[in-house]
Design a protein around this ligand. Sequence first.
Ligand SMILES: [Zn+2]
Length: 195
Amino acid sequence: MILRHLLPMIALISMIGCSRNTASPVTQSPDTSSSTVAVRLIGPDGKPGPVVQSPRVVKTDAEWEKQLGPAAYRVLRAKGTEAPFCGNLLDNHKDGVYFCAGCGLPLFASSSKFNSGTGWPSFYRPFAPENITELRDSAFGMVRTEILCTRCGGHLGHVFDDGPAPTGLRYCLNSAALIFKDEAEVKKMGAEAAK
Ligand SMILES: [Zn+2]
């Protein structure tokens, strides 16, 4: 199952190496009709807080490019995929939370990270289901489910149904789409949010 999804991608990426990533068109667009989105931020204890309405983060391509730099821009805004075994967060085993590199929304906790063997950071559940938006993606002749940040619409990776218990899901991420903060930083953020 994993190989069927990955082989065409790996073949394509292996021709390019670690210095570039590949762009991938999608067949759906997220619903961006409302100016706010329902998401969960870091709560006082560093865990997911209650659902809140947060302003949608909307910027021009030029603004994103300037803010993100080339690697994160290619993934988040041009839907690129990093070469496997190249991302800086693949082997990060620290406790903490992975945030959107575009808008800072908490996306995945280290407690759900697992070694999928695919070469990309993998998680079996999101930090909060509200924070991830799923879209159908039929690029490269494969039907996959693309995952995006709910707040800024940034492309994060894909989710597959061949993950481990308890969810059976594998959220396959690009390191460049994420910023990691360790447990101490996350608890500090939670304490600030509670003030
Ligand atoms: Zn975001």
